[in-house]
Write a protein that binds this ligand. Structure first.
Ligand code: SF4
Length: 197
């Protein structure tokens, strides 16, 4: 419930060529690592989750456009929505399409809500949900996810407590809120890699 409107399945891809200074997921820049899996198996797992839709995050989804387009199209065919984050601007994505990148076109075609643009540390967005910085653009590509309704959502944190007491925190909160939360929980140390923003 922290990665877009409603209850969604989130899929982080391993590998990003954009490398924004201040990125919160630098461990996802390298194209080594992650969990390799057949496209169909990932789609089946997403559909089996039974959530309202899929959110694609990174790394950079458009650096993996071909397999993600297949997965996203399968999610859409099942009547669910797809939200895609990208560090590329809409102008860059459109140029790629016009230069013949059918994989980029296919992923755009299968996306209902696109959040596009690099993270700019000097422009931190403290108002819109999910956006890292104010330069990022919300692009409504269908009526399945309406931007006006989506941005009315507040930022959310999802906290998982494992049986051994380890806390995993995912989602969107400013540093002060997160520090206060972890302090109240008696866990003043935090790992940046646990955060998506
Ligand atoms: S913010 Fe996104 S696009 Fe930018 S370097 Fe990090 S993963 Fe890549």
């Amino acid at each position: 419930m922290a990665e877009g409107p409603g209850e969604r399945t989130a899929l982080w891809v391993q590998g990003c060529t954009i490398r924004c200074p201040g990125c919160f997921n630098p461990h996802l820049w390298t194209f080594r690592g992650g969990e390799p899996a057949p496209t169909r198996a990932v789609l089946d797992r997403v559909l089996a989750a039974g959530t309202e839709g899929l959110t694609l995050l990174g790394g950079e989804p458009f650096d993996h456009a071909a397999p993600l387009a297949v997965i996203a199209a399968g999610v859409r065919a099942a009547g669910r929505s797809v939200m895609t984050f990208s560090g590329y601007t809409t102008a860059q994505l459109n140029r790629a399409v016009h230069s013949g990148r059918t994989d980029v076109a296919a992923l755009l075609e299968a996306t209902d809500l696109l959040i596009a643009g690099p993270y700019v540390a000097a422009l931190v967005d403290r108002h819109r949900p999910w956006a890292g910085s104010t330069n990022q653009e919300f692009v409504q590509r269908s009526d399945r996810i309406r931007v006006a309704e989506a941005v009315a959502t507040r930022d959310r944190l999802e906290i998982t407590v494992a049986p051994d007491g380890v806390l995993s925190v995912n989602g969107w909160a400013d540093d002060e809120t997160l520090d206060a939360l972890l302090h109240d929980l008696g866990r003043p140390q935090r790992s940046r890699t646990a955060l998506s923003r």
